[in-house]
Each structure stands twice: as structure tokens, then as C-alpha cells.
Design a protein around this ligand. Structure first.
Ligand SMILES: Nc1ncnc2c1ncn2[C@@H]1O[C@H](COP(=O)(O)OP(=O)(O)OP(=O)(O)O)[C@@H](O)[C@H]1O
Ligand SMILES: [Mg+2]
Length: 226
């Protein structure tokens, strides 16, 4: 067994809303090995996005620890967090968040440029990733000139451009019709495998879960094997 790439211990998250404590994650433990593709399912509102956002360094936990590779995520400063988010993890969201004034190629290049990669190298890498998600012919298109499925595939390419160790995907197919969902789902899983990454995907869609190496259900703030 190789060392986990992600270890979550005793994770809790409580929101305070209208004076009431809303316990969303309750002393949750989880670990993910390199090369594994894990899907977490659960009903709407059970805390899937909250969990993924905490792992991705986008949201703080109430208590508990998150270790990802060399990063103690719960203890990072804002500055360290942005390095973690920009290099160690690759994020794919339900709504793609491509920048509308940039082409598909430029959108994929941007995270690499922000890390200081030379323009030529970033463009080469972005082009190869667009080919991986069957979007070679859409490199010069702006998001408004792409279909929903194409945008989501571009978002998958963008998430991989900095060669993250850990790909985090939040309902990456939730916004797509069944045919496009199928394409994006298969591409995401195969691209992640081909690039030797670990994948943590959360969804309420049980179909997506069938592709996973391991499946869990988030219920009552904890993970159960599903
Ligand atoms: N900032 C916040 N303040 C108060 N409550 C919040 C906040 N963010 C989320 N919640 C609550 O936490 C719960 C979990 O939200 P979360 O977005 O993690 O659910 P989810 O499992 O991703 O749902 P979905 O499948 O609909 O995306 C929800 O009941 C939500 O209302
Ligand atoms: Mg969600």
C-alpha cells in the first residue's frame, strides 16, 4: 500500500445560521491513495460541496485535519493556500467558470502562466490537454462559442494544466444533458488515469459512481462505504 495522497482526520464543519448550529460534517475520516478514483455520493444538502471545498482549501473546517501530500491544509496561511490550490490540486466545478474574454486555449493556459510558466510551454501543454479532451478544433473558441459539454471538457483540461496530484470535481456533469455528461464523465476518469492522478469526485448521480474504484455515501456528516 502506498502512502495516501490525502488524509482527513476528525473533520467537522458547523454552520451557524439564524442563531442555530447546523452540523454538516461530523468527525469525518477519509483517505485517498494515489492513482485511485473515488466518488462520494449523497443527497442534496448533505455536505458534499462543503467537504470538497475544505479539502480544496477553499473553505475552513470547524475542526479536524486535512493532509494532502506535503501540505497540512488546515494550517496553511492564505498565501500557502493559494499555492496549494494553484499547483497541488486541480478543481473542476459544476459550473465551469471559464473566463469569457479568453479562448479555450488561453483559459487552459492561464493557471500555468500564473505559476510563471513560459508562454510557449504553457501553450504547448494546453494544446496537448485540449487534444486529450477532444477539443483540439475548439482551441480558438471563446466560451460563448462552445457547447456546455465542450466548456466542461475545457474545464477538465484546465484543471490538469499544472499537473496536480489530486483532482477534485464537484458535480462535473450536473449541468449537462445525459449524452454530454457521459462524454465528460468518461474523459475525466480516463484523463485522470492517463496522467496518473488521484480523483475525488462528489455527485448525487449514482451513474457516475459506477466508474469509481471506491464509493462512499455522505450521510449524517460521515462517510459510509457505498
Ligand atoms: N455558508 C453557509 N452558511 C450556512 N449554511 C450553509 C452554508 N453553506 C452551506 N450551508 C448548508 O450546508 C449544507 C450542505 O451544503 P453543501 O453545499 O455542502 O451540500 P451538497 O451536498 O453539495 O448539496 P448539492 O448536492 O445540492 O450540491 C446545506 O444544507 C447548506 O444549506
Ligand atoms: Mg454541492
Amino acid at each position: 500500500m502506498s502512502e495516501p495522497i490525502l488524509t482527513v482526520r476528525g473533520l467537522s464543519k458547523t454552520f451557524v445560521s439564524a442563531g442555530e448550529n447546523l452540523v454538516i460534517l461530523r468527525d469525518l475520516d477519509f483517505s485517498l491513495s494515489p492513482g485511485k478514483r473515488v466518488v462520494i455520493i449523497g443527497e442534496s444538502g448533505c455536505g458534499k460541496s462543503t467537504f470538497l471545498n475544505i479539502v480544496g482549501g477553499l473553505e475552513a473546517a470547524t475542526s479536524g485535519t486535512v493532509s494532502a501530500g506535503p501540505y497540512e491544509v488546515h494550517a496553511l496561511s492564505e498565501r500557502e493556500l493559494s499555492s496549494y490550490r494553484g499547483s497541488f490540486v486541480g478543481l473542476v466545478f459544476q459550473f465551469h467558470y471559464l473566463l469569457k474574454d479568453f479562448t479555450a486555449l488561453e483559459n487552459v493556459m492561464l493557471p500555468a502562466l500564473m505559476r510563471g510558466m513560459k508562454r510557449r510551454e504553457a501553450a504547448d501543454r494546453a494544446r496537448a490537454l485540449l487534444a486529450d479532451v477532444n477539443l483540439e478544433s475548439r482551441a480558438a473558441h471563446y466560451p460563448s462559442q462552445m457547447s456546455g459539454g465542450e466548456r466542461q471538457r475545457a474545464a477538465v483540461a484546465r484543471a490538469l494544466v499544472n499537473e496536480p496530484q489530486l483532482v477534485l470535481a464537484d458535480e462535473p456533469t450536473g449541468n449537462l444533458d445525459p449524452a454530454n455528461a457521459e462524454v465528460v464523465r468518461e474523459l475525466l476518469f480516463s484523463v485522470v488515469t492517463r496522467h496518473g492522478k488521484a480523483l475525488l469526485l462528489v455527485t448525487h448521480d449514482t451513474e457516475t459512481a459506477t466508474l469509481a474504484d471506491e464509493r462512499y455515501r455522505l450521510v449524517g456528516g460521515k462517510l459510509e462505504t457505498a
